[in-house]
Design a protein around this ligand. Structure first.
Ligand code: ADP
Ligand code: MG
Length: 255
């Protein structure tokens, strides 16, 4: 049984895309069959996985609002070690085009039905907004992985996200669960971090993942080489942190 996990936080710049790409690569390195779905019009998950988003003939948009089959759009045999259902700027049209679609919030869920069985894990990189694309991701998903930075405003907006998760759970996807809260760009030396850590632990309890991702220059450099950090700088702290995260999730979610 494959598991579908959406990396979601409507705040931008918290490490969703970075975590999606590097978690995909780390799970693949641990022999899991992984599909990464790029649902952000920025197409950064596609680029970071080694795909030229400008050269795509078709993207996940054609699956969401057209007749295309996911299996025909998926890019496989990437050096990164996992498959990608790519996205690019064409996705900016999704919001409007989905208005005319039947079951607009379930399009991704329907599309993944045909391919999910080929994978152990499907990761979905969401846009920085609680829009119809994110709703599609949450409707298709078994779990939500929420990356956040331990900063003063880290918790702001989380209640809106958790409300959305709850609504989708009550309406179309009763199995949806919070798979974990992931602290990114983490620096445990600051007192602010310790304070936010405590708030997160009080609020989320067990859902707060033990693995944390440090701020690491190699993590930031890797995408410009079209590679996950696990390939670009295998021994870096960032690469090792994503490996620890992958192992924790494999255990926690029985991946
Ligand atoms: P989001 O997808 O949530 O908008 P990104 O993954 O694109 O966030 O990350 C935002 C920026 O922070 C990017 O420039 C990325 O390279 C950088 N970044 C993310 N994680 C790290 C990290 N662990 N160390 C250093 N830079 C990071
Ligand atoms: Mg992103």
């Amino acid at each position: 049984m494959s598991q579908i996990i959406a990396l979601t936080n409507q705040k931008g710049g918290v490490g969703k895309t970075t975590s999606a790409v590097n978690l995909a690569a780390s799970l693949a390195a641990l022999d899991r069959r992984v599909l990464l779905v790029d649902l952000d019009p920025q197409g950064h998950a596609s680029m970071g996985s080694g795909i030229d988003k400008h050269a795509l003939e078709a993207s996940v948009l054609d699956v969401l609002v057209g007749d295309a089959q996911a299996k025909d759009i998926i890019v496989s045999k990437l050096p990164a070690g996992f498959d990608v259902l790519p996205g690019n700027g064409d996705l900016t049209a999704a919001e409007v085009e989905l208005l005319d679609a039947e079951h607009p919030q379930s399009r991704l869920s329907f599309a993944l039905k045909g391919v999910a069985a080929n994978y152990d894990v499907v990761l979905i990189d969401c846009p920085p907004s609680l829009n119809m694309l994110t709703v599609n991701a949450l409707t298709a998903a078994d779990g939500v992985l929420i990356p956040l930075q331990c900063e003063f405003y880290a918790l702001e907006g989380l209640s809106a996200l958790l409300d959305t998760v709850e609504q989708i759970k009550e309406s179309v996807n009763p199995q949806l669960a919070v798979s974990g809260i992931l602290r990114t760009m983490y620096d445990k030396r600051t007192s602010l971090t310790r304070e936010v850590d405590k708030q997160l632990r009080d609020y989320f309890g067990d859902a707060l993942l033990k693995a944390t991702i440090p701020r690491n220059i190699k993590v930031a450099e890797a995408p410009s080489h079209g590679m996950p950090v696990t390939k670009y700088a295998r021994l870096s702290r960032g690469s090792q942190a994503y490996r620890v995260l992958a192992k924790e999730l494999i255990k926690r979610l029985s991946l």
